[in-house]
Design a protein around this ligand. Structure first.
Ligand code: HC1
Ligand code: SF4
Length: 586
């Protein structure tokens, strides 16, 4: 530990700590813009490019960036002198000198960290006039880059390259033209971008934001000729409340359903229901592959990989084209929902699918892209899911519609595509999909009822973990317990897959989610401002919804049983395969 003085107060800090961190332990917040550190996931952007955090250090001629200057014994720091204030204001004016001034129409209006700082430092005029760049917008199915707004903080670059290992973004050009962009300034669509949206989650300004579908939705909701139904992803209900003052992790499902009805949706359904359906297919596929492998079928691939995360799917399509037959062919819950709604439910209800709009509310930006993939549309081009909006977009709509969210009475979901078991809701946190699949596979393999459905060995926030589950009857045949790998974050996924490819690790099944924490940490969720604790609380919220459910195994969902009885026959039947399975492309 080293001893230093900050603003006249003595403090001890670990050797190597920055001034920002030491000041924080004293309750002193030094303003930062490029700096972002997410404890628990290894994310640290410390390029010190913006200089907003400058402080005075006794004995040093120039001001020091507090985010990148390590503390030392006897250091004396002043964070709030007039010299410091003046410098920070000048830095902000320089940043604003070539920044577009269309704040009123910016996607980040009200949530922009640069705007907040300009307000905090009383910027009233910008004394310098830089050359404003005139980059065109880069529009992809999930993400829009308003390149002119890039302030070169490089948070997105660190996220994409260090945590996600996608290598899509880096600094290009010099001077006023300097921006973070894909190589050769290509559009995101032409790169190996997975649309995970994690770059959007850390962008402090409006340079990266989601492709907005809210106005399309408003138009459809106002059209009496259209029947508009909605499905809501597991992770939305434990994060939406943050936009209305609730603690992260609070389950606002009942209010959310009421708000969706007030917005005008004809039916409010749930992706948790189709998560249960996914387990029916995924668990069957897992048992089928293990059985065939044990019978000596060399063509069968193990480990089986979960396939419900579209950013992960795009990641392995780009990076592991030799392994495309390894993931489960089960569609994601979002796409299973759309396929059943358009091809089974609409028929039963006598609705022409051309008049049916299926909307999803997702914590994820890659879900927008997934909905637009060609293979998820019929031969006339009618998509199973018309479009997806993010948790943030839903919150904006609720606010625009002047709905008093906090005062709403709780309401129940519609059926038959609504009610879900506890297994369906834990899909939204790391480890949840494979825990749900294990509950069902265990009972189907052993024929016994599980004494406890809580496979706690599969839980936690460690980025890469391998756990063993004992399945009587199977253990003997495998010669080991059933081994499960779990990774969240694409860099962690790469680490696990590389070990499996090289033979260093052997597992039978793997769950991968592209975002840290799973979907609860998705790129479309309310901004967490670098606090991973927010994501952990959302995950705990999902676990507690599961614990409160009477039915906690997907195969016990009465509406899923009815779907198979009436329409699909058995899991992996010809019809189920037609509607609920997909393929992957290099
Ligand atoms: Fe997810 Fe999924 S859990 S991918 O994380 O399998 O987005 O929440 O909806 O489809 O159910 C996201 C969440 C979500 C799907 C499910
Ligand atoms: Fe990289 Fe993900 Fe952003 Fe694409 S969406 S640029 S993969 S961080």
């Amino acid at each position: 530990m080293v001893k230093l003085i900050i603003d006249g107060k003595a403090v001890e800090a670990p050797k190597g700590a920055t001034i920002v961190a030491a000041a924080k332990s004293l309750g002193i917040t030094i303003p930062t813009l490029c700096h972002l550190q997410m404890g628990g996931v290894g994310y640290k952007n410390d390029c010190a490019s913006c200089r907003v955090c400058v402080v005075e250090v006794e004995g040093r001629r120039n001001l020091a960036p507090a985010c990148a200057t390590p503390v030392y014994d006897g250091m004396v720091v002043t964070t709030n002198s007039m010299k410091v204030m003046q410098k920070r204001k000048t830095v902000l004016e320089l940043l604003l000198s070539d920044h577009p001034k269309d704040c009123l129409a910016c996607s980040k209006n009200g949530e922009c960290e640069l705007q907040d700082l300009a307000m905090q430092f009383g910027v009233r005029e910008i004394r310098f006039a830089g050359k404003e760049s005139t980059y065109r917008q880069d529009v992809s199915p999930s993400i829009i880059r308003d390149i002119d707004k890039c302030i070169m903080c490089r948070r997105c670059e660190t996220m994409c390259n260090v945590i996600q290992t996608c290598g899509v973004l880096s600094g290009v050009n010099r001077g006023f033209e300097a921006v973070v962009a894909p190589a050769f300034e290509q559009d995101l669509e032409d790169t190996a971008c997975t649309y995970c949206g994690q770059c959007v989650a850390v962008c402090p300004v409006g340079a990266l934001h989601e492709a907005d579908h809210t106005w399309r939705l408003v138009k459809d909701l106002a059209n009496p000729a259209k029947k508009v139904v909605v499905q809501v992803a597991p992770a939305v209900r434990v994060a939406l409340g943050e936009e209305f003052g609730f603690e992260p992790g609070t389950n606002v499902e009942g209010k959310m359903i009421a708000a969706l009805r007030k917005l005008g949706f004809d039916m409010v359904f749930d992706t948790n229901w189709s998560a249960d359906l996914t387990i029916m297919e995924e668990a069957s596929e897992l048992i089928d592959r293990v059985t065939k492998k044990l019978a000596g079928d060399e063509d069968v691939k193990l480990p089986i990989l979960t396939s419900c995360c579209p950013a992960w799917v795009k990641f392995f399509e780009h990076n592991y084209p030799d392994m495309l037959d390894v993931p489960s062919t089960a569609k994601s819950p979002q796409q299973m929902f759309g396929a059943i709604a358009k091809n089974v439910w609409a028929k039963e209800e006598g609705i022409d699918k051309k008049d049916l709009i299926v909307v999803s509310i997702m914590p994820c930006l890659a879900k927008k892209y997934e909905a637009s993939r060609e293979e998820f549309a019929d031969k006339d081009g009618n998509p199973d899911v018309d479009y997806s909006i993010s948790t943030r977009e839903l919150a904006k709509l609720i606010k625009q519609a002047n709905i008093n969210f906090n005062g709403l009475d709780e309401e129940e979901v519609d059926n038959p595509l609504g009610s879900y078991t506890g297994a369906g809701v834990i899909f939204g946190r790391t480890g949840g999909v494979i825990e749900a699949a294990t509950r069902t596979a265990y009972e189907w393999i052993t024929g016994d009822t599980l004494e406890s459905v809580d496979f706690t060995v599969l839980r936690g926030m460690e980025s890469v973990r391998v756990a063993e589950v004992s399945i009587p009857g199977l253990d003997e045949k495998l010669g080991s317990k059933f081994r499960i790998g779990i990774a969240h974050g694409l860099g962690s996924a790469r680490e696990l897959l590389d070990k499996i490819r090289s033979g260093e690790e052997t597992v039978h099944a793997i769950e991968i989610m592209a975002c840290k924490g799973g979907c609860v940490g998705g790129g479309g969720q309310p901004y967490h401002h670098g606090d991973f604790g927010v994501i952990v609380k959302r995950a705990a919220g999902l676990t507690s919804i599961d614990e409160g459910k009477e039915l906690r195994k997907s195969h016990e969902n009465p509406y899923i049983k009815e779907l198979y009885e009436k329409h699909l026959g058995k899991p992996m039947s010809h019809k189920a395969h037609d509607i609920l399975h997909t393929e992957y492309f290099p």
